[in-house]
Design a protein around this ligand. Structure first.
Ligand SMILES: [Zn+2]
Length: 628
């Protein structure tokens, strides 16, 4: 779901991420971000951190499901959702039949609350890695990051198969790959609107266009000897006041009188009733606002809303306004739009030129309407932007909805915007935003236009998938013909095409995290430490022990971060020092040689208990015992 994309912050000087993490659309910097690696051991200094018993519940990492445990496929058709069916993002599904596997999409998910410091989460591709010789291609349904973002990380793992994509997605993929110059070039095959890719004698794939928010979105018809699977990923139904357009009718006409074996479909907006607002209506409403605006116009939307951006720039041109864009993802997407000649305009100006024109001739596109700290709109709002200062005569349209996890940041952003005195318009008071994910009635309409035997909802949290399954059932699909997958589910259709089932075995589905320069699934300890640090901080004890006498050479040093304010906790510190001294010396006086491991363990235990008793907090206690 494109709307999860973090907007960017290219001009936040000094906050640039490593090159491979600076990608269009989601490079929110984390200054001083913790890097994994844990404590450093130095000569004679013995550092030790022991995981404490309390922690927030976490999903398991890297469940190992050895190849041998998964039964061979035989003549069945197997569908394996590898991501995107327990969350929004990291979409990836594999289809396996006979000797071939094809993969649909390779997305990423932005970090979750439970994974502090992690950049992104990827689908787990172990199942594919174990069957690398069968993979014939990766098919990309459209160019949003939750469908293409995993490519640089995952392609080497699955043997760099050819990538099949329509043109817009292909350029998005290529553009992103430039950020990873150390990787081998991708083999991208650009597909047409309705093109068939012959995989083998028993499998072929046909593309067809569908509506979303980015050009060249497509569905797939995967033909096998058992039957056809229709993949409809992120999708909306273009409509005028709830009546689907002629174009939509024409696109789905192809399924008339056809029996489809399995349908899979986006469930993101199943909870929203009715039809969504049409994109045409949104652009029309924004045009009305632009016409009525006397001063400068600032529009903030997701850079992924490519079709809206094109529409608005065309309006600006018609009304004789110059357009400047700010925000890295927005600039990148504009570049792609222009290189594909989806927009031919001469009215784009640079940010430095905006003051050369009267305010009513200037329209600005900026990223950051979700309140991302370093993104353009936040910097404009808190007056730290290099070129743009708000004036009371400005009009600002926030052309996006609120992503629930960003609620607080958006409140702060809006407060700052209102302080400037500018006129603010949001989707709450005007129809200036529509989602790219079809509401319930749109999904229903698609169900009614495809005659399928089996149904599998995808894309969304488990509860959304269940609601989508209910919708399918209410439209006549028998319950035994509907499967609700989890990440790693092995869904099989028997060779007769009469029965669908979910195996009790599962493909590996543990979290795969991108954390700075490392990609992997074995960083459980690191994440757990970060969670504890975030919750209760850390407490480092440095004690110098005389090897000859076993006594402390001086009172121990204490360093703490995020635990208690030390200056106001002198009593606590004094008591802690005494306990450390006693705990250490009880063991070390008379001990030759000194067992440092034992001393560290004892200090950790004793001090952790003491601090818990005194403060009801459990910081990570790190004793450093130095013998001299
Ligand atoms: Zn999308």
């Amino acid at each position: 779901m494109h709307e999860k994309q973090k907007e960017d912050s290219s001009n936040a000087a000094g906050h640039r991420r490593p090159y491979h993490a600076r990608l269009a659309g989601f490079d929110k910097p984390r200054p001083n971000a913790p890097r994994h690696g844990g404590q450093k051991k130095t000569h004679r200094a013995h550092a030790h951190a022991r995981p404490m018993p309390r922690m927030r519940p976490m999903r398991p990492f890297a469940q190992k499901a050895p190849l041998s445990k998964i039964p061979p496929l035989g003549d069945s058709l197997r569908i394996i959702p590898l991501g995107g069916v327990e969350e929004i993002g990291r979409n990836m599904t594999a289809i396996e039949y006979k000797n071939d596997i094809i993969v649909v999409d390779a997305g990423l998910q932005f970090k979750e609350e439970g994974t502090p410091g992690v950049d992104y989460i990827l689908p787990n591709t172990k199942y594919l890695e174990e069957r690398i010789g069968k993979i014939r291609g990766l098919f990309i349904t459209h160019g949003h990051l939750d469908h293409i973002g995993g490519i640089p990380y995952l392609m080497p793992r699955i043997g760099n198969p050819p990538i099949y994509s329509r043109q817009f997605g292909a350029i998005m993929i290529q553009k992103r790959q430039e950020e990873f110059p150390h990787l081998p070039p991708l083999n991208i095959k650009v597909l047409g609107k309705e093109e068939t890719v012959h995989i083998s004698d028993t499998m072929s794939i046909k593309t067809f266009p569908i509506s979303h928010t980015i050009p060249d979105s497509m569905g797939l018809i995967i033909k096998t000897s058992i039957g056809e699977i229709v993949f409809v990923e992120d999708v909306r139904v273009d409509n005028v006041d709830g009546v689907p357009t002629e174009e939509e009718n024409r696109q789905y006409e192809r399924f008339k009188d056809k029996e489809v074996l399995l349908l899979t479909m986006d469930s993101t907006s199943i909870e929203k009733r009715g039809f969504s607002l049409s994109e045409g209506k949104v652009i029309e409403n924004i045009e009305k606002i632009i016409r009525a605006t006397k001063g400068r116009m600032i529009i903030s939307t997701f850079a992924s809303q490519v079709e809206r951006i094109i529409g608005i720039i065309k309006i600006a041109e018609r009304l004789g306004k110059k357009v400047a864009v700010e925000g890295r993802s927005m600039k990148t997407n504009l570049e792609i739009i222009r290189s594909l000649k989806l927009l031919e305009t001469k009215n784009i100006i640079s940010l430095g030129e905006i003051d050369d024109y009267p305010p009513d001739r200037v329209l600005l596109f900026v990223t950051g309407q979700q309140g991302e700290e370093f993104a353009a709109l936040s910097r404009i709002a808190n007056k730290t932007h290099k070129n743009i200062r708000l004036r009371p005569s400005d009009t600002i349209i926030l052309s996006s909805s609120i992503i629930p996890t960003n609620y607080n940041a958006i409140v702060k952003l809006k407060d700052n915007l209102y302080r400037s005195g500018a006129h603010i318009i949001t989707y709450l008071d005007s129809d200036v935003h529509a989602s790219g994910h079809g509401n319930r009635e749109e999904l229903k309409w698609i169900h009614q236009h495809i005659n399928y035997r089996f149904f599998m909802p995808v894309h969304g949290y488990h509860n959304l998938l269940c609601q989508h399954a209910e919708l399918a059932h209410s439209l006549g699909a028998p319950r035994e013909n509907i499967v609700i997958p989890d990440n790693g589910s092995l869904i099989e259709i028997d060779p007769t095409g009469k029965k669908i089932s979910v195996r009790k075995e599962k493909a590996p589905s543990g979290l795969v995290l991108v954390d700075g320069f490392s990609v992997g699934d074995v960083q459980e300890v690191v994440i757990r430490d970060r969670q504890m640090l975030a919750q209760d901080g850390m407490f480092v004890i440095i004690a110098n022990v005389s090897i000859s006498s076993g006594r402390l050479k001086k009172s121990p040093d204490i360093i703490s971060r995020g635990f208690v304010y030390l200056r106001e906790s002198q009593d606590l510190l004094q008591q802690t020092r005494l306990i450390i001294k006693k705990t250490v010396e009880d063991i070390t006086v008379g001990m030759r040689p000194i067992d440092f491991e034992l001393v560290k363990d004892r200090v950790t235990d004793t001090i952790s208990k003491f601090l818990l008793q005194k403060t009801a907090k459990r910081p990570i206690v790190i004793p450093v015992i130095i013998g001299a």
